[in-house]
Design a binder for this molecule. Sequence first.
Ligand code: GAP
Length: 608
Amino acid sequence: MAEPKENVLMEKIVSLCKRRGFVYQSSEIYGGINGFWDYGPLGAELKRNVKDLWWREMTRLRDDVVGLEATIIMHPQIWRASGHVDTFSDPMCDCLLTKKRFRADQVEPQSGIVYHYSGARDIAAAKEVNDSFAVLLPAGKPPESARKVALQFYAGRGLPTAELLGERTEKVENSQRFNPENGALLTPPVPFNLMFKTYIGPTATEEDVAYLRPETAQAIFAQFKNVLETSRQKIPFGIAQMGKAFRNEVTPRNFTFRSREFEQMELEFFIKPDEAVEAIHGSVAQVPEQGHPGEPQPNWGWQAWHRYWVEERVRFYEGIGLSRETLGFHVQTAEELAHYARATVDILYKFPFSKRNDKGELLGEELEGIAARSDFDLSQHERFSGKSMGVFDEDFRNAWSKLDEARRAELSRRYHESRLKYLTKSGVASERAEREAKEDADGLAKGQYIPHVIEPSAGVDRLILALIANAYSEINDPDEKGKSETRVIMRFHPRVAPIKVAVLPLLKNKPDLVNKAREIRDVLRPHMNVFYDDAGSIGRRYARMDEAGTPFCVTVDFETFEGIKEGPRAGEKETVTIRYRGATDEENGRQERIAIPQLLPWLLERIQ
Ligand code: GAP
């Protein structure tokens, strides 16, 4: 059937999320709280599955990544070192008429005629106000519309029957200075720091200020040395962490997409600087700009590692049901990159609310960013804490001692140059920067360097929303009376599906069927989330499971006790019917019989 229009589709998704217990508005009984969301029974299972899969893939299935679970509130100095106290802000402005708040960089650009007013006078009230105000009208609209808006503005300033003063007009193109909903002028943008502040201890003075972490990454940098020393890892290796992050977003929007409290799954993968790789291996491996570069190699520099992690992350998304066609990529331009970043690739998902290109194709919104962040983060913590973040690399020291003078001088010069650039850009005075860069370059000659980092940083909640949007589909089926009805089928990949299997006795008044179904439920339960349901017709129960996104239904029916009569498995006793939810309309409802002892391995093979 035809795809529903995107806004309608989002409305349907939001309503299904509430109706089926995926996502609720936080504090709903008190009217809700903007930017905060709760996960209901199905949503909580979905989220847990996603996080477990990420953790398994990023840490347990790898030799070179270990985990960390740090506190949400950390020493405030961490956020000074990371740059968040000074620069983690969005430009914010308010509508002068309605007080509605906007992120200044996200205001829809508009063109037309601006009507400026220098003030207003109210003769009846014998009062004059000299606050200037302006209204933008699209070309062709009568000036009366602007005057009406302006009069409302001055009425709000205590002039109910005002006469406008000093009207003049101006033509503007693509201006972001006016409220797109009413044309009223916005206040000038002011930076608004996104970190939530709190106080530690009872005195609550400025000295006690602390922050709820706006990302999980910084704890990884702060604990880098401890992890290195206690985990027996060597560069290259990574530290993974997932957990809550908080940002006081100016305009939370698009359901859970931009929230104020959310979860991140972040990896900081520490690598040798290219100078060290070159010293050991003669050169840095060249990898193709597209595609997976294959298994990690010792001669990889930052570009190969960056490409590797982009592709690994895409593989992860494909493995949980987000095909490449549903994803987009944004390679940050030189202007978009942070000054310390060498490259950043954003993996996007084409949400129903995403913008479209000229051809009408969805462009996508960020799910995850994979950034090559140089040695910036560890260097910052070294400067702010006064503790060394450098590592000693024996292979590198041995290789260095075998290099000829010219090669050493060349690598040393490059390392010195990059350290000097970092120190200067970080505001260190030139004399001191020169001295420290020289010390760093001398350290290199002794086998010491500050590791560089590749950071794949994903948002759990955005991924959950992508999985829900991706799974949502509608089907037209005849109902029990033969009338066509539209039903929702959530086509989650079995790995992430909140309920893996439903166990259904055909009739609830037949003790044999019910007892066998309960027995099966109890065998499966320790291995997966099982739902037992004996209420209503079997068709209704299948439909309920389709809506919850359950990939398999197991029905205990009268044939269960007859065994398999024909075919290679003839003679197998006690069977059940497995009904597939299926990835396509054609597959939906396909059934097969299976012997009960085969059931657990059959399911495990498909859900892991
Ligand atoms: N340590 C790097 C970092 O935090 P980011 O791009 O600011 O980078 C990483 O955030 C990911 O966290 C994003 O790709 C997104 O999935 C998620 N994220 C960021 N802000 C969010 C918000 N307000 N609501 C939900 N998810 C958010």
